[in-house]
Design a protein around this ligand. Structure first.
Ligand code: NZQ
Ligand code: ZN
Length: 386
């Protein structure tokens, strides 16, 4: 097990009654609130009215930033920074999914500096010295942004999708009510499940592969997500299934599964140009890329991939080579994605073969699982995705 630092200050309120904690959380923050949300799902579900009523009850002055798009763009962040500076915002409340929360985090650091937020933080990765505190109400389990320190923003003009990490962008609190996810369209739920599994794989398939608490936790989470997804697809209002999916997605990126591991992120790095250039949903892109990445790389760590096949998919290893067991586990992964209706090819995503060269050129190669990732590897993996 590698040495590690673990820090996570996010207060989680989880469950059917979690929204009841909002007034107490609001009592502890400043008067001027920026309310950040997406394209309208929170209005359709009635959540917007509940949040606004709580804010009014708490005597807050509310400034709104609606319309955060999936794969949130720099323009939206600049709009939010302007609102914060103009109105002297004290606290940001993000209500939605990873896109809304990531946008809120970028605004939080961008509003407390005179530097250009994109160039300073998302390109140069300079240290942020201050940030407006934020809280979240999560409506789609997927990214883990509600309990992590990351924000991912797309610069549509340059075709870049970059991330920024800072301890200052941990939310102060996050409200996780699984019943808020009942309204998710099936494909959005599936995208979230794929993203959750992909996060676990980015951490699990990396050295060291010696026996560890971290890997055992990862395997348990994967089994829970797979079984809960099957249940929730049959009955979208199955509370236990929705609750397990929600907590697993949050847990996957809260830092616990990084502990002692090198971590990879190659599949995420390969996916990011897909969503930056073609605006595909992050989870949909991963559903195409990650199983092919596994297929391509499994011969460099056959024991680890075979362990995954046995522990997560129940593959019987009797009479098979280690590599054959590993490959069976990867096939089961693809079969599961097909079963739940996740996309399988670049064609499914509307991405032509002619784009591969450019997408590979845009891929950040600073990742490492069992060996270095090269530009040729990326081209070969994207070729397998056709
Ligand atoms: O915009 P609205 O109308 O709210 O609709 C959203 C959106 O269209 C809808 N939705 C959310 N909750 C709903 C709902 N519809 C009905 N009922 C509900 N309860 O779902 C759509 C997708 O939402 P979005 O926030 O884009 O999804 P997600 O949470 O998957 O976020 C994706 C973004 O997060 C980044 C991705 O790259 C992508 O930009 N990531 C962030 C990470 C992080 N901060 O740590 C890590 C991830 O690997 C990822 O890169
Ligand atoms: Zn992800």
């Amino acid at each position: 097990m590698n040495d590690f630092r673990f820090y996570n200050p996010v207060r989680i309120h989880f469950g059917r009654e979690a929204m009841a904690q909002l007034p107490e959380e609001l009592a502890g923050v400043g008067k001027k609130i920026l309310l950040v949300y997406g394209g309208g799902s929170i209005k359709a579900s009635g959540l917007y009215d509940r949040v606004l009523a709580a804010l009014r009850e708490a005597g807050k002055d509310v400034v709104e930033l609606p319309g955060v798009m999936p794969n949130p763009r720099t323009e939206k962040v600049y709009e939010g920074i302007d609102l914060c500076k103009t109105h002297g915002v004290d606290f940001i409340l993000a209500v939605g999914g990873g896109s809304v929360i990531d946008c809120a985090k970028a605004i939080a650091v961008g509003a407390r500096t005179d530097r250009d937020f994109w160039q300073a933080f998302f390109v140069n990765w300079e240290e942020a010295e201050d940030a407006i505190p934020l809280g979240t109400i999560l409506t789609i389990p997927a990214t883990g942004s509600e309990m992590d320190r990351s924000s991912v923003i797309t610069n549509w003009a340059t075709g870049e999708k970059n991330g920024y990490d800072s301890d200052l962008t941990y939310p102060a609190f996050s409200i996780l009510d699984p019943t808020l996810t009942y309204t998710l369209p099936k494909h959005q739920m599936v995208n979230g499940v794929v993203d959750t599994l992909s996060h676990i794989w980015e951490l699990y398939f990396s050295e060291p592969d010696t026996e560890s608490v971290t890997d055992a936790l990862a395997e348990a989470l994967m089994r829970s997500v797979i079984s809960a997804t099957r249940t929730a697809l049959k009955d979208p209002t199955d509370y236990v299934a929705r609750a397990n999916i929600m907590w697993a997605s949050t847990f996957a990126l809260c830092g616990m599964l990084n502990n002692g591991k090198k971590t990879d992120w190659a599949s995420h790095n390969i996916e990011h140009p897909l969503s930056a250039v073609f605006d595909v949903a992050h989870g949909a892109g991963l559903a195409v890329v990650h199983p092919n990445y596994m297929k391509y790389f499994c011969s460099y760590a056959p024991e680890r991939y075979a362990r995954y096949a046995v522990q997560v998919w129940g593959v019987d290893p009797a009479g098979k080579t280690t590599l054959a067991v590993a490959q069976e586990g990867i096939q089961r992964t693809r079969d599961f994605f097909n079963e739940i209706g996740a996309p399988a090819t670049l064609t499914d995503l509307g991405i032509p073969e002619s784009a591969i060269e450019d997408l590979a050129a845009r891929t950040d190669l600073s990742c490492w699982a069992y060996r270095e990732l090269t530009r040729e590897d990326v081209k070969a993996i994207l070729g397998m995705c056709l």
